[in-house]
Design a protein around this ligand. Structure first.
Ligand code: ADP
Ligand code: MG
Length: 702
């Protein structure tokens, strides 16, 4: 006997209303091959066809509206492609024009003057007159009856579909046909107990309601279930990656807290650690002793003191006979880490080594040799660290600073550097909201430094208009007279070092009208400089040989010059929130009151206004990260591309935190009970999980 295909695997051309041609469009345009694919093509919004508007209250907007009125044809106007047919629709509140550019002959004949019509379409404004182009219209005979006209799903479509005249109406129709077929059925993918506990409708009921909602309340229940499902499987994948890693990889055990750590901690710490720093060091150390390989994300605000944490755990590695490396996204930052670690380690007689693009060939050769024979305990560097020929003797710890600049592939290369698998600590440049961290880094443990060192003065932040430049420059002069230093930052012109330099030079010229060299000494850093030239400029500024650092955003992350007290950000509207916060974090690092001045023109978008307002209102990086996420949406955030975040069709981590946390917990509980998903009642979960392309253990490690 022939095996019957499951409903969802039915080829799309077998659905009523879809012939070979339409099937072809669905396949090539939307990747819909089966009824199952069609049902997974979710509506992105709904139109309420049970609601009627008054013509007077209509405004230009993105959504379609529904109105009732009597129609009066106005005839055709224009010639050729500009030819159009117009009619006036009137209700007791006013009148609006309806316009057709296509099918004029047909519509002209069809419209009955004086007849009552139900009209549905989008209002736009043209030369101060509102109109609706190509509305759907339907003559009303007798009483208007809106029952059965509820929420209409709106599907994502492509231009190609539209060209073939396959519009939303078609999508809604065939989807409804599918969900009302007598053989409509969908397999469950949540364990029964879980679905029951959360009081979810069945998967079949949820999918049917999503495409053919009976009412708003049931629609919401359906959406909640489907959101949960997405998040549950995403979390399950993260946790499985983590579990597999723990099972398959034996971590090196850092059992000793040895002489180096103790000596430094007792005798050479330049300040008292904050409680938060102590807490995360404990968490990290516990990982390193556990026999599992550590994969931890260290979250902390700008200036919370992540570097010293990195150094202390590097000493732990050394105490246990392992090499450690610290990787930074830019040459400047790597060099700076190198200088500050060298300084901190001077009394310890440990010499870290720096390897960047600026390292000479000869130096490089010597470094590689010493790395391999184990003579270098600490290596600090940039991408140069992950090149093929860099080999360690026994790399036991990798710290990745400000990691969002590192691509996944680059990071993955680090693991091939020796025959043991090192512990990994990833440090964020600025905080990431918890929901995003769980979604993007769900396979990592998280530590948070939620406290700044004592005695930090809050940075005074203001937003100023360009035309107050003389006043700003006056303020700069006063600060320089007090012995302080100034940053002036210009937006980076993406992908064009030439334009970048040009805009920087224009800005520089404007500044020197007020602060002329040689009375005022300038450093300048931009994308056209070679790495060693950048470093040299930075060092000059750090050593206070110059007063003012003029730069594009290359100085953004990590730079530490405690004597700098003023950060001026030009064209501040062109920067993202995370960037602004990072830049501001360059000041306020010493004992003096610091300032951040955001300079803009007067024309600002809503988004820019909100960003600037947020910056002026708060210096809390966690709060700023939340606003950033809300403004930009998760798709634009750093590092989301590899995270599976973009596979989410319904869930929005900005709004669905509740479902995210429930899904995470449900996934944890399930794997606790049944780690390999071997119980019969979890078979469907394993099955569903296997459908998702498998990632290697390393591919998304940090
Ligand atoms: P970030 O977390 O942004 O990388 P850093 O590690 O660069 O911060 O630290 C910022 C500044 O604060 C540095 O000058 C560092 O020496 C100092 N610092 C770090 N921890 C403490 C502390 N516990 N007490 C005082 N100063 C600290
Ligand atoms: Mg840092």
């Amino acid at each position: 006997m022939q095996q019957e295909k499951p409903f969802v695997d039915t080829p799309i051309e077998f659905l009523k209303g879809v012939g070979p041609q339409k099937a072809d469009a669905l396949k090539t345009e939307l990747g819909i091959f089966t009824i199952g694919d069609l049902l997974s093509h979710y509506p992105y919004r709904y139109e309420d066809r049970s609601k009627l508007y008054k013509i007077r209250e209509l405004d230009e907007s993105e959504i379609n509206v529904q109105i009732v009125g009597t129609i009066q044809p106005l005839g055709t106007e224009g010639v050729g492609t500009a030819k159009r047919f117009k009619a006036l629709l009137r209700d007791e509140s006013g009148a609006i024009e309806l316009v057709w550019f296509r099918g004029i002959q047909y519509i002209e004949k069809a419209i009955k003057p004086g007849q009552k019509y139900l009209v549905f379409g989008r209002v736009s404004e043209f030369r101060n007159t509102k109109n609706i182009a190509h509305p759907e219209i339907e003559a009303i005979e007798g009483e208007l009856n809106l029952t059965g006209k509820g929420l209409v799903p709106v599907y994502p479509l492509t231009e190609g579909m539209r060209r073939r005249r396959l519009e939303n109406k078609f999508m809604a129709q065939i989807t409804q046909t599918a969900v009302t077929r007598p053989d409509f059925a969908l397999p469950e993918i949540l364990p029964m107990a879980m679905a029951a506990q959360l009081k979810f409708p069945t998967r079949a009921a949820a999918i049917r309601n999503l495409h053919l909602p009976t009412n708003a309340e049931d629609l919401e229940k359906a959406q909640n279930r489907l959101k949960f499902e997405e998040l549950f499987y995403l979390q399950l994948r993260h946790l499985q990656i983590k579990n597999n890693r723990n099972r398959e990889i034996k971590g090196v055990v850092f059992g000793n807290v040895g002489d180096l750590f103790n000596d430094f901690y007792k005798n050479h710490l330049p300040f008292q650690l904050t409680d938060a720093q102590k807490k995360v060091i404990k968490e990290i150390h516990a990982d390193m002793r556990s026999g599992k390989q550590m994969n931890r994300l260290l979250q902390g605000d700008v200036g919370s003191g992540k570097t010293i944490v990195a150094l202390l755990i590097m000493l732990l590695a050394a105490d246990n006979g392992f090499q450690a490396c610290l990787m930074a996204p830019t040459g400047i930052l790597a060099a700076q880490h190198y200088y500050s670690l060298t300084e901190l380690l001077t009394p310890m007689h440990i010499r870290p080594i720096l390897l960047t693009g600026a390292t000479t060939k000869k130096q490089r050769k010597a470094i590689l040799e010493n790395l391999k024979n184990g003579d270098i305990p600490f290596l600090i560097g940039t991408h140069a660290l992950i090149e093929e020929d860099v080999e360690f003797q026994n790399l036991g710890l990798v710290v990745i600073d400000e990691q969002h600049r590192f691509g996944v592939a680059q990071r993955a290369k680090l693991w091939k550097k020796g025959n043991i698998v090192p512990h990994v600590l990833v440090m964020t440049a600025t905080p990431i909201p918890r929901t995003l961290a769980l979604t993007v880094y769900g396979d990592l443990e998280v530590s948070v430094i939620d406290q700044l060192p004592a005695g930090r003065k809050s940075i005074v932040t203001v937003h100023r208009h360009e035309n107050t430049r003389p006043l700003i420059m006056q303020f700069v002069k006063e600060q320089i007279a007090k012995g302080r230093q100034i940053y002036i930052v210009f937006p980076l012109i993406e992908d064009s070092e030439k334009l970048d330099l040009k805009s920087l030079m224009t800005g520089y010229d404007r500044i020197t009208e007020y602060l002329s060299p040689p009375d005022y000494k300038f450093s300048m850093v931009h994308g056209r400089l070679k790495p060693d030239e950048k470093d040299a400029e930075m060092v000059k500024f750090k050593n206070h040989q110059t007063d003012i650092m003029v730069a594009t955003t290359v100085i953004e992350v990590g730079v530490n010059v405690p004597n700098a007290t003023v950060m001026i950000i030009e064209n501040a509207e062109r920067f993202g929130l995370a960037q602004l916060h990072q830049l501001r974090g360059r000041v306020g690092r010493g004992g003096d009151q610091s300032y951040c001045i955001l300079v803009t023109g007067s024309k600002l978008s809503d988004g820019a206004r909100k960003r600037l307002k947020t910056m002026v209102r708060t210096t809390d990086g966690f709060e700023i990260a939340q606003v950033d996420l809300e403004l930009r949406g998760p798709g634009d955030m750093d590092g989301t591309r590899q995270s599976g975040l973009l596979d989410l069709k319904l869930a929005d981590i900005r709004k669905d935190e509740k479902w995210l946390l429930l899904a995470r917990q449900a996934a944890i509980n399930l794997l606790d009970k049944d780690p390999m998903l071997m119980k019969p009642e979890h078979f469907m979960v394993r099955n569903e999980l296997n459908k998702i392309p498998h990632r290697t253990v390393w591919s998304k490690i940090s």
